[in-house]
Design a protein around this ligand. Structure first.
Ligand SMILES: [Zn+2]
Ligand SMILES: [Zn+2]
Length: 1021
């Protein structure tokens, strides 16, 4: 007990997680029970094996055999030639049903004593069966006559090396007198006494980073290595991962605290770069690689890959040195960096962190050159790669604030510095809040330092069903939002708390005079003193005020082809309205006669000129979160719109925005970036010399997540999910109701009980389809033994205010356990940006479609405390079965299992959707302002086209160039564009055309949302 007495929180969690897992496995296997009311074959999902006859008679394919297997086993490679001898220990039990007049008529099923037999095996190249009689007798002896089993050894010679398959097979008859259930339960197989050699994982290109040895493979089970040549089957495959530390211990860690870097950045940054240089020299020079090649038996291909990685590593070092030199020599850069640190320090106040992780600073140094060489640096997409999360959002917030301060210092006094996009539907409120917090910190610093220009502010620009596009005085259709619409204004609250003072009592208000939907903080001590927070959530307010940073969903880019006021996101607006709180103006329309977007503006025709160089309105940065999700048709569509954004900004400002992204995976990254952005990709940080270890990160002995792979046998996945959640909930309730007993059993100090109930009292059940998620939520309500499990759903369909309410309840749970959320049924919505430290247990219903999603999703649990993840395999599917066999490698080397991202910009179907947007945007953003007149109707545009000499051929050529489809191999695409543009011109020239708006010309209108292309449809060149 002395160990328990000094137990830390983390040790308590670790012990508790181990106990939870033991209990779940016991529930799956039936451990500890004596009697049962219902048939065990409909209840247990682990440890059981069906009888061979029954499995053979069934569908008899490999798939059904996996669903209810008749054997468990171990595949191994003998070290020596035949014959082979080994000792095989078999464990199993039976369940037997009493007659109706038995001792316990309500619970007629009883569990037998343990059968434990040691079978001696001596086998030659022909294989054989062993222990049949011995096992049959043993079952009879425990009261289950009729049950039979054998140890079967198959010798497989068709692989490169001989392989032995040692299995325990249930050879019982399907039916026999007195036999009530032909399954064996709680089975286990142990092999010892046979020298073996490991299997070698296939040599993938980056193999030099990995340990490729696999001692043995399990068949329908996991295998534990007990000692040399000693292997034991386990019902689930448990893989423990360890928390990384963000500094490699061999070097003195520089002080990278926000305050130190705010006051004097150079000494510690120099120390950081010097340490990196020393590390790279110690691990990546040719001599070091020579030695590893010899010691680890690398192939030529592996060495070539290591050489390429070494070159990338030294390039990265070079970029950090350049960044450091710029901080040293350029006072404006240094000052921006210092102010950014000051701002981050303020926004992090009271959150328990005061310092950067070294890789975050490393990224900032490596990327900062774009401020002084924007044209050159725009050729590269810099991507923050961090497979397990760990602070990527803060990393690019650092870059973004540095850019915002640099803009102000160098004369960009207003307008958008950065447009940050999240993939569709995945914009999380927590992420948005982090942006708001960082900008609030920056705003306070800006005021203190007397830096001019407009207030640092945040805009929220999301697709349908988020926040309104505009607020109108009188509704003209159902979608219109007016100040009096139901739910206004509270429904559109986006912030969780005040970014300036953290107070949660925010008030939503619609200011009719200013025509603004406002977040206001009610705290009397707030630095904003009750004024509206600098946060814009209505699209038109974003255009009117052009906030410093715009966060939004990717699909919004489509508006560029339809909505002329989107111009503020790629270049200058038109003018300023003389009414001070109306903001920027755009092209004149019938509803906005002077170009001001405020309904019924009384500002008159005389507008104020823009008080800044027009060329500086173009944003400095476009950010893309979760880059790996831009694939298939969504990736194809976005690639066209990215090109369009580049084209417009270049035409209007002569600049290109720097693109910075984050990605969970690296496989196929260069090609993806090339297709999406027509730029070269650079990743930070470069992977280290070994998997999971680099200069920036190295594993500790602190548990991170315990992954448990489960291959359900004989029952449905839904049953297993319900039972697993039921067991997890039962455990936490026992801990709460009988802490003394549970603490003793689990080895936990009772002082940690409240903490454990909080940290492990809410389980996540994760489904890859909405159907799975909804089914899981429903069946749990009706199919559990524990009373009162509160289930909430978190999917793309969940309303905004509901998501916010759920997040609040998760962050700050009810005092009474019975009122808390006990289970969150979630879809991929959860896997992006939901960071709740109280989520530490997860049940995953089948493997997600991509390894990236697996990595991202499981990273949602165990963020701060040890996590526990049950991965229930849909074992009938080939992919799940494959992964179950390699589960340990899948978890530890996940990156290698990531498939290259399928993406192309040369999809003709997608081109058919995007041409209209390109033509539309060129008209709205470039021609109309240049013409100094309204081109909003076909008649006006027709006149302009004639007078300016626009031709179909020239426009088609321009569109092809914008889309990067002007190469020799793109003639088919060019013909398609030419045909489309011809049709558009024909409509334009047709005086009888019924179109009211320019967007109605041509074969189809511009896309309303990038979401209009189905994300799942396959796309081909
Ligand atoms: Zn406040
Ligand atoms: Zn106005």
């Amino acid at each position: 007990m002395s160990g328990v007495g000094v137990q830390s929180e983390e040790q308590a969690c670790e012990a508790f997680v181990a106990w939870l897992d033991r209990r779940v496995v016991a529930a799956g296997r039936g451990d500890g029970l004596t009697r049962l009311e219902v048939a065990p074959s409909g209840t247990f999902w682990l440890g059981r094996i069906a009888c061979e006859d029954e499995v053979r008679k069934g569908a008899a394919d490999e798939r059904s055999e996996r669903l209810d297997p008749c054997a468990i086993g171990i595949r191994l490679r003998p070290a020596e030639a035949p014959s082979w001898s080994m000792t095989v220990k078999v464990r199993a039990r039976a369940w037997v049903k009493d007659p109706k007049d038995g001792p316990d008529p309500k619970r007629r099923w009883w569990r037998s004593d343990l059968v434990e037999e040691v079978v001696s095996v001596l086998v030659d190249a022909g294989g054989g069966s062993f222990g049949g009689k011995q096992l049959e007798d043993a079952f009879a002896a425990v009261g289950a006559p009729g049950l039979a089993a054998e140890v079967r050894v198959d010798v497989e010679e068709w692989h490169r090396e001989t392989e032995l398959v040692v299995q325990l097979v249930n050879t019982s008859p399907e039916k026999a007198p007195g036999l009530t259930d032909s399954h064996l339960y709680e089975t286990q197989l142990e092999v010892s006494g046979l020298p073996t050699v490991p299997f070698q994982l296939e040599a993938l290109p980056d193999s030099f980073r990995y340990d490729r040895d696999v001692p043995v493979y399990g068949i329908n089970v996991g295998v534990e290595v007990l000692g040399p040549g000693m292997f034991r089957t386990s019902d689930s495959v448990d893989v423990q991962t360890y928390r990384p530390t963000y500094w490699n211990g061999a070097y003195d860690e520089p002080d990278l605290s926000f305050m130190t870097l705010a006051s004097d950045p150079l000494p510690n940054l120099t120390a950081l770069v010097d340490a990196l240089a020393a590390y790279d020299d110690a691990h990546w020079t040719p001599a070091v690689l020579d030695a590893r090649q010899a010691a680890e038996g690398w192939t030529v291909m592996m060495r070539a890959k290591a050489d390429r990685s070494a070159a990338d590593v030294f390039d990265e070092l070079g970029r950090l040195r350049t960044g450091l030199e710029l901080l040293r020599t350029r006072p404006d850069i240094r000052r921006s960096f210092q102010l950014m640190n000051n701002a981050i320090a303020r926004s992090a106040q009271g959150r328990g962190y005061t310092t950067w992780r070294p890789f975050q600073v490393g990224f900032l140094l490596s990327a900062i050159r774009f401020l002084v060489e924007p044209d050159d640096e725009a050729n590269y997409v810099d991507t923050v790669w961090f497979a397990t999360g760990g602070g990527k959002t803060e990393t690019y917030l650092g870059l973004l604030l540095t850019a915002a301060f640099f803009d102000r210092i160098t004369g960009k006094t207003m307008g958008v510095t950065a447009w940050s996009r999240f993939p569709l539907r995945l914009l999380s409120l927590q992420q948005t809040q982090r942006f708001a917090d960082a900008l609030a910190g920056a705003e306070l610093v800006r005021r203190d330092e007397g830096i001019g220009g407009s207030v640092f502010s945040l805009g929220f620009l999301v697709g349908r069903a988020g926040t309104p596009n505009k607020i109108v005085p009188k509704p003209e259709n159902d979608e219109d939002v007016t100040p009096d619409s139901p739910g206004m204004p509270d429904k559109y609250r986006v912030l969780l708390h005040c970014p300036f003072c953290r107070d949660e009592n925010l008030q939503m208000r619609f200011d009719r005079e200013r025509w603004k939907l406002e977040h206001r903080c009610t705290s009397p001590t707030c630095p904003m003193k009750g004024q509206a927070l600098p946060m814009y959530v209505v699209d038109q307010e974003v255009f009117r005020f052009l906030p410093t940073v715009v966060v939004g969903t990717l699909d919004k880019a489509a508006s560029i082809g339809l909505q002329q006021a989107m111009r503020g996101l790629v270049g200058p607006p038109q003018k300023l309205c003389p009414v001070p709180w109306h903001g920027f103006t755009y092209a004149e329309r019938s509803k906005t006669p002077n170009g001001c977007l405020v309904p019924n503006c009384q500002g008159g025709k005389v507008l104020k000129p823009l008080p800044m160089d027009l060329k500086r309105f173009g944003p400095s940065l476009r950010l893309q979160d979760e880059l790996h999700l831009l694939r298939d048709s969504l990736g194809a569509v976005d690639s066209h719109y990215e090109s369009l954004l580049d084209h417009l900004q270049h035409e209007l400002c002569g600049t290109r925005a720097k693109i910075v992204a984050s990605s969970a995976t690296l496989t196929g990254y260069e090609r993806q970036v090339d297709v999406l952005y027509q730029r070269e990709g650079r990743v930070f940080p470069q992977p280290g010399p070994w998997a999971g270890e680099s200069f920036w990160t190295t594993p500790t002995t602190k548990p991170l997540r315990r992954f448990v792979a489960v291959a359900p046998r004989g029952v449905t996945l839904e049953h297993v999910s319900d039972r697993t959640l039921d067991a997890l909930q039962r455990c936490v309730r026992e801990l709460k109701d009988d802490p003394a007993a549970v603490c003793a059993e689990a080895g936990v100090n009772p002082k940690h009980v409240d903490m454990l109930v909080s940290l492990y009292g809410t389980d996540v059940v994760y489904g890859t389809t909405l159907y799975d998620v909804e089914a899981a939520g429903r069946s749990l309500g009706s199919n559990n033994t524990v009373e009162g499990i509160n289930v909430e759903q978190l999917t793309g369909q969940t309303d905004f205010d509901e998501v916010r309410a759920i997040l609040e309840r998760l962050e700050d749970p009810e005092d009474d356990f019975a009122e808390r959320i006990h289970v969150v049924a979630a879809s991929s919505m959860l896997s992006h940006g939901v960071d709740v430290n109280r989520l530490n247990t997860m049940v995953m219903l089948g493997l997600p479609l991509t390894t990236a999603e697996f990595i991202q999703t499981t990273a949602r649990v165990g963020r701060k405390f040890p996590g526990l993840v049950y991965v229930l395999h849909k074992i009938g599917r080939e992919r799940d079965a494959q992964t179950f066999r390699h589960f340990e490698q899948y978890v530890r080397q996940g990156d290698r299992f990531v498939d290259p991202i399928p993406i192309t910009r040369r999809s003709r179907r997608v081109l058919d959707l995007t041409i209209a947007g390109v033509v539309g945007a060129r008209t709205l953003m470039i021609r109309e302002p240049a013409s100094r007149q309204r081109l909003s109707t076909p008649a006006k545009l027709r006149d302009y086209a004639r007078s300016s000499g626009m031709t179909p051929a020239a426009e088609a050529a321009a569109v092809a160039t914008v889309l990067g489809l002007d190469g020799a191999e793109d003639s088919v695409h060019r013909a398609q564009i030419a045909e489309w543009v011809q049709a558009w011109f024909a409509d334009l020239e047709d005086p009888t055309i019924k179109a009211t708006f320019v967007s109605e010309l041509g074969p189809r209108s511009p896309m309303m949302s990038l979401r209009d292309v189905e994300a799942s449809a396959p796309i081909h060149d």
